[in-house]
Design a binder for this molecule. Structure first.
Ligand code: CTP
Length: 392
């Protein structure tokens, strides 16, 4: 679980003390654990205990977080997986009903990450038709529900309802990450961001690419177990966990870094590469002395076309096409011209460059697949799933 970020929600049951042990087990396995303690959970264990074991701040209230920055959304976004231990009958019922009346349930409703719950409650509560109904609803909603253990309970009764052993919960979490790693053993190459083409020591030609879409794709591929090399133009984005990042400035640097990173099973070229560069001057151009300078543009190497026609062509080659008009016809022509397998046509006629959403059409030999406008993260997840299928 090295590098995995787990958000642990500690519910209000006697088994809460075992959540403390789980924090240690997960940390030993290499994960970073952030804890959210419900009001009920705080009756059994303290925030201090969880903070000391996790070495992370513990979150207890919706109102603690800086909601101006959408704190609860951030908390769920930063996690790879959310786990609820112990998941009490009440917490499961509130999840099944879609309530959001405290930090834990708000996070659980707001998240698009996998959620695993480890129930623990009295045997009669577990077997009650209301709980059975709630468990069925949660499973239909895609929540991973671990079965509780059978045995003697703290309340003196016997039967199913005991929290599964800490090692079993940790194994279920590790198993989740392993199953979701269909790209293990593959090397994937991603380019992202703009390039900067220097004019003189202080000026350059650039474009509005933020790098967000390429970084999200690199993250989604790494999450699926690939070894990912991300060749990034000048952007101030954090490197996604598990990704090897090579920072470059110009198109020619990017071409060299891509070449050095080969061979790759697939390459996804998302970068908005400058088409031209100028022969840069070594001294700053002076306004007074030199008059209005004429910039003589020279063509940059086409990284995508070079890869497509080269001896080390990746098995799957994906290009992006940011277009402002006739999106599909321009992108279809671009696919043929560049010789790549897929073109991801991106409608940038609105306020898209630098934004958080994209409107995508995937153009391949099989035709055109148009996706609803969605977040760049969602585009990355969907594209990564297509890449998994293509490389299977
Ligand atoms: N690309 C590249 N090297 C270049 C230019 C573009 O690898 N020198 C890649 C981009 O990363 C993208 C695809 O080619 O995957 C299409 O980029 P785009 O800028 O839309 O293509 P151009 O050939 O520059 O077409 P246009 O005339 O629309 O600018």
């Amino acid at each position: 679980m090295t590098g995995k970020r787990i958000l642990l929600i500690v519910g209000g049951g006697i088994a809460a003390y075992k959540a403390c042990d789980l924090v240690r087990t997960l940390r030993h396995a290499g994960a970073t654990v952030t804890c959210v303690l419900t009001d009920g959970g705080a009756r059994f264990v303290t925030a201090m205990t969880l903070a000391a074991l996790s070495e992370q701040p513990v979150h207890t209230s919706l109102w603690d977080l800086d909601e101006a920055e959408m704190g609860h959304i951030q908390l769920s976004r930063q996690a790879d997986l959310i786990v609820v231990v112990p998941a009490t009958a009440d917490l499961l019922a509130r999840m099944a009903a879609g309530l959001a009346d405290d930090l834990a349930t708000t996070l659980l409703l707001a998240t698009d990450k996998p959620v695993l719950v480890a129930p623990a409650m009295n045997v009669r509560m577990w077997l009650h038709p209301a709980t059975r109904r709630n468990i069925a609803t949660l499973r239909t909603d895609g929540i991973i529900v671990l079965d509780p253990d059978d045995g003697a309970m703290a309340c003196g009764e016997y039967g199913p309802g005991r929290l599964p052993a800490v090692d079993a919960i940790a194994a279920a979490l590790a198993g989740h990450f392993t199953i979701a790693q269909p790209l293990a053993g593959r090397h994937l190459l991603v380019t992202a961001g703009p390039t900067h083409e220097p004019i003189d020591p202080v000026r350059y030609i650039a474009n509005r690419s933020s790098g967000k879409q390429g970084f999200a794709i690199a993250a989604a591929l790494a999450d699926r177990g690939a070894r990912v090399t991300l060749v990034a133009g000048p952007v101030a984005l954090p490197t996604p966990p598990g990704v090897d990042r090579i920072d470059v400035e110009t198109a020619r640097d990017m071409a060299a870094a891509v070449d050095a990173a080969l061979p790759a099973d697939a390459a996804i070229l998302v970068a908005a590469v400058a088409d031209w560069h100028v022969a840069p001057l070594t001294q700053k151009i002076k306004k007074t002395r030199d008059g209005t300078p004429a910039l003589v543009l020279q063509e940059n190497p086409d990284i995508l076309a070079t890869l497509a026609n080269g001896p080390r062509r990746p098995r799957l080659l994906v290009g992006f096409a940011a277009e402002t008009e006739d999106v599909i016809s321009h992108a279809t022509a671009k696919r043929a011209r560049k010789g790549c397998d897929w073109i991801i046509a991106n409608d940038v006629s609105g306020d898209v460059m630098g934004g958080d959403r994209n409107h995508i059409h995937l153009i391949s030999a099989h035709g055109i697949e148009s996706w609803d406008p969605m977040s760049k993260t969602a585009v990355a997840e969907r594209l990564a799933d297509h890449i998994v299928e293509a490389l299977a």
